[in-house]
Write a protein that binds this ligand. Structure first.
Ligand code: SF4
Length: 328
């Protein structure tokens, strides 16, 4: 990866202990994010995309554990940071926006109180300056009457307004990377478009890198520079967005793109990928997509495919592309 890489994830593994066994939610995941780049992780729910993002910040639920791998941020393995440095990283360098702004904000504190806290802690601003900066951020994000908004409680604002406030908090300490986990899923379509525009402006104006988690290929097409496709905890394909949309290699990616409605193309029935995501407990050594894949061969059911480079920066884990593979 080139020198302007900001974040590099190598062989990340996050497992969960459940009553039925170990769930390998993130299974040897590797990809990188360059400075000023938007990387989208896409896949069905339960494919491990959110847990990948939470693992970077070490915010996974209690029954989960990072079992292996490395996450380098500006060359430093952040999985080895002590609590103090991790807290500093979370506030200063990497921030996160969740799907549900209402549950991310504390209902008993005003918007202003919640906005000034990171400004005081991470930028060491006085209370007065922190309020001034909070007000500027609200205005910058296109919300009128900043002074009034600051004194309001979360329940007094709409979902779209709250998500803007979450974005204001996320950018308040000038992070180098914003992780946005399905930031528009809970919002109306028109508000979704505004929030995506906002994220695009932030990337352009502040040169922030963005890791965007989404199940929506429309969002990927609008936002991504680079796409990571996940299936059953594994990365099955990754590449630059134009390449991946023009020449999807993995049968799962091809299925996702086929299932996406296209404006102007009326079909009686939308395409769906037949079958279910496999149970992540006790997966055997095979391609996890084999039961749903129309190209599945014997080898797919007995050996996991390695990654094959199909062009510069475009990798796919599928036996169809492995050189020298003996198909049965
Ligand atoms: Fe299909 Fe085999 Fe490729 Fe898996 S490895 S996606 S089963 S062709």
């Amino acid at each position: 990866m080139s020198s302007n890489v900001l974040l590099e994830i190598n062989q990340l593994q996050t497992h969960f202990e459940t009553e039925s066994g170990t769930v390998k939610a993130v299974n040897n995941v590797s990809f990188g994010i360059r400075e000023g780049e938007t990387v989208c992780i896409v896949g069905e729910s339960g494919c491990g995309k959110s847990i990948t993002a939470l693992s970077l910040m070490q915010l996974i639920p209690e029954n989960g554990k990072i079992e292996g791998g490395e996450v380098f941020f500006e060359g430093k393995n952040i999985l080895k940071l002590n609590k103090k440095d991790l807290r500093r990283l979370r506030g200063n360098d990497i921030s996160i926006i969740f799907q549900e702004p209402m549950t991310s904000l504390n209902p008993v504190f005003t918007i202003g109180e919640q906005m000034i806290e990171p400004l005081q802690e991470h930028l060491l601003l006085s209370k007065k300056d922190a309020y001034k900066k909070a007000s500027e951020l609200i205005t910058m994000l296109g919300i009128p009457n900043a002074e009034k908004i600051i004194s309001m409680y979360p329940h007094e604002l709409s979902g779209g307004m709250l998500q803007r406030i979450m974005i204001a908090i996320a950018i308040s300490c000038n992070p180098k990377l914003i992780i946005a986990d399905e930031p528009t899923t809970a919002l109306d379509v028109t508000i979704q478009a505004q929030i995506l525009d906002l994220l695009r402006d932030i990337k352009k104006d502040l040169k922030t890198s963005i890791l965007l988690i989404t199940h929506d290929l429309g969002v990927v097409a609008e936002m991504a520079d680079y796409v990571v496709v996940m299936y059953a905890g594994k990365v099955v394909e990754q590449g630059p967005v134009l390449k991946l949309f023009a020449e999807p290699k993995h049968p799962y990616t091809q299925g996702l793109l086929k299932a996406k409605p296209v404006i102007g193309e009326r079909k009686d029935k939308l395409y769906t990928i037949a079958g279910q995501v496999p149970n992540l407990v006790g997966l055997k050594d095979s391609c996890y997509f084999a039961d749903r894949c129309e190209h599945a061969m014997d080898i797919c059911r007995s050996i996991q495919p390695n990654y094959t480079k199909t062009s510069k920066q475009h990798d796919v884990a599928c036996w169809l592309y492995e050189e020298g593979a003996v198909y049965e």
